[in-house]
Design a protein around this ligand. Structure first.
Ligand code: KG4
Length: 340
């Protein structure tokens, strides 16, 4: 009998549900919450309320697009964390209710593990290149920046991570402070395309080992712009493309330096990226170019699976389900990775 898994993702500001049959994606529905735009960042209380409104229609739509009835589901996989607690509670509670009413097992998924396994989302009629184990994953999102060694779908080791801001946070905060818009990553990425990445230089951190830091480079950009604006009030308006291109290049340089170091230290040549920032065109181009130069095999997830989605949760859940890892009904969501 086929394994039909419903995945539910509600860790931040996207309510998403997906259905996979024996690992093949049948549907992936995402309701992005527009309510946060006015605030320039995600407002947790508004996010949980929007999840409450969205979860039932999003799951119904995912089942309908997949042509699957709830009674046919084998298991329900949900994001347990890390993320916003109120948001996670909505997805977790929904999964519990479904598990109880349909008498099917529940599988908890670490959101980051979902991003790490995004390259394993198989779509009907789309050839997919899956990395071989062990591989390195540069996991870059709004809340995390990590280099992860992935030994199997269920076993992984964090080799390095940010000691302060995540790289997505650096994009978002700088964009907000400069009045460029939210979320900052896509805005800076777009402006950077027509800018000169070599025009400005910003301070790079010197952190030992494979850890990252992004708060200094963020401050470096903001202080530089403040000083220039004091001399010329039109500075930002006239230089935004070059500023974005130079800032983006600095972030990509920082990310790549440590990834190259990790590949050298571990001897691993299979390299992937995941998380919202893996949609960044500068990062995608660099990782491919660097891979060619160093003899890596690089795997980039399709754009639609870089940001939060339930397809990756369903796939990660399927791996766990097959390993017999089901969650008890009294399971509680966790907001921090450290509590996972
Ligand atoms: O993985 P994600 O959807 O949510 C979590 O943080 O879990 O990542 C969101 C982050 C935001 O910081 C957003 O600005 C960033 O991904 N992002 C990008 C791009 N698209 C999204 N950053 C840089 N370039 C992009 N094209």
């Amino acid at each position: 009998m086929a394994d039909i898994i419903l995945g539910i993702e509600s860790s931040c500001d996207d309510t998403s549900a997906a259905v996979i049959r024996d690992g093949v994606l049948l549907s992936n529905v995402i309701a992005s919450q527009q309510v946060h735009k006015a605030y320039g960042g995600v407002v947790p209380e508004l996010a949980s309320r929007a999840h409450e409104q969205n979860i039932v229609p999003v799951v119904a739509e995912a089942l309908s697009q997949a042509g699957i009835s709830a009674a046919e589901l084998t298991a329900v996989a949900f994001t347990r964390g890390p993320g916003l607690l109120g948001s996670l509670l909505v997805g977790t509670s929904f999964a519990k209710a479904l598990s109880l009413s349909l008498d099917i097992p529940m599988v908890m998924v670490n959101h980051l593990q979902g991003h790490i396994l995004a390259n394993f989302i198989r779509q009907p009629d789309v050839p997919v290149a899956e990395p071989s184990f062990p591989y390195l994953c540069l996991l870059v999102s709004g809340g995390n920046s990590q280099i992860v060694k992935v030994d199997s779908p269920l076993d992984y080791e964090i080799l390095g991570q940010t000691i302060d801001d995540a790289v997505g946070e650096a994009f978002d905060k700088c964009s907000k402070m400069l009045g460029l818009g939210y979320p900052g990553g896509p805005v800076i990425d777009r402006l950077a395309r027509t800018g000169d990445p070599g025009r400005f230089t910003f301070a790079k951190p010197h952190i030992p080992g494979l850890d990252y830091s992004f708060s200094g480079v963020k401050t470096s950009l903001l202080y530089f712009v403040r000083d220039e604006l004091a001399k010329d009030p039109t500075f930002l308006e006239n230089n935004k493309e070059d500023l974005c291109a130079s800032f983006q290049k600095t972030l990509v340089d920082i990310l790549m330096d440590k990834l190259v170091k990790a590949a050298r230290q571990t001897g691993i040549r299979e390299v992937t990226i995941g998380g919202g920032v893996s949609a960044n065109s500068g990062l995608r181009e660099r990782i491919v170019a660097e891979g060619r130069r160093r003899g890596w095999k690089t795997y980039l997830p399709p754009f639609k699976f870089t940001t939060d989605n339930a397809a990756m949760i369903a796939v990660a859940g399927w791996f766990r389900y097959r390993a017999g890892e089901c969650a008890p009904l009294d399971i509680a969501p966790v907001s921090r990775l450290a509590d996972y």
